[in-house]
Design a protein around this ligand. Structure first.
Ligand code: LRH
Ligand code: MN
Length: 429
C-alpha cells in the first residue's frame, strides 16, 4: 500500500503556506522583543523527536471492550507503514518502539530494511512478561521476574534476553522492562523478598546488555496488581537502577502515578541522581488512562519539559533522556492521535525553550514567587504553532497533518487493503 504522495502534501501546504509564513513573522517579532531568536528555537525543535509505540497504531481497548476501526494493522509490517505515514506528515517521530511478542516476525532484517526505506529507526524494545503466550511452560499469573518459583523467573529473564537479541538485529539500543508483578491481598507477597528476587532476575538481564545499551525500569503504582506492585514508584525504581549499575535507569510513564503526584519534581530528582531514562508520554485524569499526551493537563506536560530544558541548559552530566509516546486510542483514529500527540510533545518542548532562565533564576533567588511563576506562564501561553508548522513544512511534512491525512484517504485505502477485524472482548491491543 503506497504512503501518501509528496505531491498531495505539497498541494495541501500550498493552500496554507502564506498564512503560516505571516504567523511565523508575527511570532518572530513577538519573540525578538524578548531577545529570543525564533530560528534558533525552530532549529532546536526540528532536532527533537519522540518515538511511536508500535502498539499504539492499532485501536486500543479496555478490559471491558475494544472496538477495532477500519484498516486495522494486522502485523508489524502494517504497523510500520502507519508509523511511516505519521512521520511523513508530522515529521516528529523518526523512531518506533516495538513490543515483543506483539511484534514478532519471521525476518527481522526485512523489517529493518522496510523501516530504513521509510526513514525510520527502532527505539527501545519492550518485553512482555505480563501475559501468557500459547504453550508457555510457566504462567505469569503470580508474577514474572519476582515469581516465587525460580523456573518462572528464569523464563522471564530468558524472554528479556531474547528481546535484547532482536533489538540488536534492528539497531535498537535499549530495553524497557515493565512488569505487573505484585499482589492483590495484604500478606499475599513478602515485599522485601519479592524486591530481592527482582534484583536477582534483573541483574541477569543487565549482564546480557551489550556495552552500548541501556535498561529502562518502568515503575507503576498499580494494575494489574491492586494491593502492591513490586516496582510501584520512582523510589523502588531508583533503588533497583542504583543496585544494577550505570546502564540501568528509571523510565517515567506519566500515567503511572497516583492522581496529583508532582511528576515534574520526580523528574528533577531522577535527573539529579543521574538516573532519568526517559518517558512514556500520555495523559490521565484518574488512573493509567493512556489518553493522548497533553489532552487533559498540557500545563503539567509543559512543567515536565521545563525540568528537562533546565537540565540541558545547565549541562547536567549524563542527561540523555529517551522520549516515547505510550497511549491507547480507543475512540480516535490512532494515526491522527499519534500525530497530534507528537506535535503536543513538541509544543511543550518549544514552550519550555522560551522560558527566560535568567529571569526565572533571579526571581527564585529573590523569593519572588509571582515573578517566578509568571516567567513560566508567559512561555506556556506563547502560541508556538507557527514554529511547529515551519518545522514540519521545511522537513517535507504537512502544515496541518490531520487535515492532510484526512484529505489523503489513507484510512479508507487501508480499509480496502486490510480485511476488517471483528470487535472483540477486552484488552488494550
Ligand atoms: C504498562 C505500560 C508499559 C507497556 C504497556 C503497553 O501500563 O505502560 O509501558 O508495556 O503499558
Ligand atoms: Mn508505559
Amino acid at each position: 500500500m503506497p504512503l501518501i504522495s509528496q505531491d498531495q502534501i505539497q498541494a495541501h501546504n500550498a493552500a496554507l503556506q502564506r498564512h503560516a509564513d505571516t504567523d511565523y513573522e508575527y511570532l518572530s517579532e513577538q519573540l525578538a522583543r524578548r531577545y529570543v531568536d525564533i530560528d534558533t528555537i525552530t532549529q532546536q525543535v526540528a532536532a527533537f523527536g519522540v518515538a511511536i509505540p508500535s502498539w499504539g497504531v492499532g485501536t486500543g481497548g479496555t478490559r471491558f471492550a475494544r472496538f477495532p476501526g477500519m484498516g486495522e494493522p494486522r502485523h508489524v509490517f502494517d504497523k510500520l507503514q502507519d508509523c511511516a505515514v505519521i512521520q511523513q506528515l508530522a515529521r516528529a517521530t523518526p523512531t518506533v518502539s516495538l513490543h515483543i511478542p506483539w511484534d514478532t516476525c519471521s525476518d527481522w532484517s526485512e523489517l529493518r530494511q522496510m523501516a530504513s526505506s521509510y526513514g525510520l529507526a527502532f527505539d527501545a524494545m519492550n518485553s512482555n512478561t505480563f501475559s501468557d503466550q500459547k504453550d508457555q511452560p510457566h504462567s505469569y499469573q503470580f508474577g514474572s521476574l519476582t515469581h516465587a518459583e525460580a523456573a518462572t523467573r528464569a523464563q522471564a529473564v530468558e524472554h528479556n534476553i531474547a528481546c535484547i537479541e532482536i533489538g540488536q538485529k534492528l539497531g535498537s539500543k535499549a530495553l524497557t522492562v515493565w512488569i505487573g508483578d505484585g499482589s492483590n491481598f495484604p500478606g499475599q507477597q513478602h515485599f522485601r523478598r519479592a524486591f530481592d528476587r527482582y534484583l536477582e532476575s534483573s541483574s541477569a538481564i543487565y549482564a546480557a546488555l551489550p556495552h552500548n545499551w541501556r535498561m529502562f525500569l518502568e515503575h507503576k503504582i498499580c494494575e494489574p496488581a491492586f494491593y502492591s506492585t513490586v516496582i510501584q514508584d520512582w523510589g523502588s525504581s531508583f533503588m533497583a537502577a542504583s543496585a544494577l549499575g550505570p546502564k540501568a535507569q528509571c523510565l517515567v510513564d506519566l500515567g503511572h502515578h497516583a492522581p496529583n503526584v508532582n511528576i515534574e519534581m520526580i523528574v528533577a530528582r531522577l535527573i539529579a541522581g543521574g538516573k532519568l531514562a526517559g518517558f512514556h508520554f500520555n495523559d490521565s485524569k484518574y488512573g493509567d488512562d493512556d489518553l493522548d499526551a497533553g489532552s487533559v493537563a498540557p500545563y503539567r506536560l509543559f512543567l515536565v519539559f521545563n525540568e528537562l530544558v533546565s537540565a540541558a541548559h545547565e549541562n547536567v552530566a549524563g542527561f540523555k533522556p529517551a522520549y516515547m509516546l505510550d497511549q491507547s486510542h480507543n475512540v480516535t483514529d490512532p494515526i491522527e492521535s499519534l500525530m497530534t500527540s507528537a506535535a503536543q510533545v513538541q509544543r511543550s518542548y518549544a514552550q519550555a525553550l522560551l522560558v527566560d532562565r535568567a529571569e526565572l533564576d533571579a526571581a527564585q533567588d529573590a523569593n519572588d514567587a509571582l515573578m517566578a511563576t509568571r516567567a513560566l506562564k508567559r512561555a506556556f501561553e506563547t502560541n508556538v504553532t507557527p514554529i511547529l508548522q515551519r518545522v514540519r513544512a521545511s522537513a517535507g511534512g504537512a502544515i496541518d497533518p490531520v487535515g492532510a491525512y484526512r484529505a489523503s484517504g489513507y484510512r479508507q485505502l487501508a480499509g480496502k487493503n486490510r480485511p476488517a477485524v471483528a470487535g472483540g472482548s477486552g484488552g488494550i491491543v
